[in-house]
Write a protein that binds this ligand. Sequence first.
Ligand SMILES: [Zn+2]
Ligand SMILES: [Zn+2]
Length: 369
Amino acid sequence: MRTQAAILWEVGKEWSIEEIELDPPGHGEVLVELAASGMCHSDEHLVTGDLPFGLPMIGGHEGAGVVREVGSGVSGLVAGDHVVFGFIPSCGRCESCSTGHQNLCDLGAAMALGRQLDGTARHHAAGQDLGLMCMLGTFAHHTVVNEASCIKIADDLPLDRACLLGCGVVTGWGSSVYAAEVGPGDVVAVVGIGGIGANAVQGARLAGAKQIWAIDPVESKRDKAMEFGATHTATSLEAALPAIEEASWGRMANKVIMTMGVGDGALLASALAITAKRGKVVVTNIHPAVETAASVSLLDLTLMEKQVVGSLFGSANPRADIPRLLELYRLGQLDLDGLVTKTYPLEAVNEGYQDMRDGKNIRGVLVYS
Ligand SMILES: [Zn+2]
Ligand SMILES: [Zn+2]
C-alpha cells in the first residue's frame, strides 16, 4: 500500500513529508493505522546527529493506533486492537524481560539499524529502503512493526493521549518512581521541564515527595510544572542551590532527576552539589554520543555516599506500566491532557519541532485524520 510519512534523508535537513511504499506485515509483524504521535525530543537528536542512526529514516517513536492487519505467527493481537507502541520492544523472554527489566530487552539492540527484526525493510521511497526510528516510524499514517513493540490497551481510551505513554510519560514517571525510588517525604529536584520532566514531577508527586523542585530557565515551563505537582521552582542549578539549602534545612535534595533535552557532562557536579547525603542523581536525558567527559566530585561519592545512576524508559516494564498509568489517567490521578500543548497535522511536523526548539511546547502531538 501507499501512505504518507515524514522522512529524514540527511543530518541537519528538515523532515520531508512524502508518499512511501509500505509492504504487508511479515512474520510476527502487524500493520497499524496511526491515530497520533508525540513529537519527542529524541527525534530531534536524529536531525542534529546526536543519535547516529542510519538514514534515511522515518521519524517518530511515540505512537498509538489501531491494528489493521496481522502477519503470520502473531499470537497476541488481532485486527481492530488498539495499541500503544513501546519505543523499546519487549519480547518477554530474554534475560532482561524475564527478570523484570523490559526496558532493557535484548531486541533493543536492533534499534540503531531501524529495520524490522529480521533486518529487512517494509518501508520504501525513491527506490530506497527506509529505516524506522526505534523500529516504529510513527511520523506516518500507517506503519508495520513487530508485535514485540505493541502494547494492547482498552478501546475506549483516547489515542491522542495514550500515545504519550510510548516514551515521555513512562520515561519521566519511571525516572522518579523506579530509577530514583522517590519515597514519601523526599525532597526531589527535576532538572528540565519538557515532556519527560513534567512526568518526573507527576511521578514524584504520586510517590509522595514532600518538596518537588522544577528547575528550568523558561518561565512558562516552571508554571506548568506547578500544575503537575511541583512545589518550588528555580531557573538554574546554580539558583536552586541556596534555595534548596534553605528549604531543606541544609539537607538538600534526596533525588535529582536530569531531564533536559540534551544533557551536559559539565553540569553533573552542579547536580551533585544540590544532592543530599545518600542522595541519587538519575541521568535520564540523552547525551551526545561523542561526549565522554563529566565533572564529578568523586569524593562526594565516597564521603557522602551520593549515587549517579542512568535510566532508560523510566527503568519501567512497559507491558505492565503503560496499562497501569492509563488507569491512573482514567482515575484523574495522572494528567495527560495538560501535557499536550498543541496538535499538528503530519504536514506541520517541522513547525512542531521549531515550536519545541523555541521552548513553546511541553509536548506537541501529531494527529492523523
Ligand atoms: Zn522519546
Ligand atoms: Zn526481551
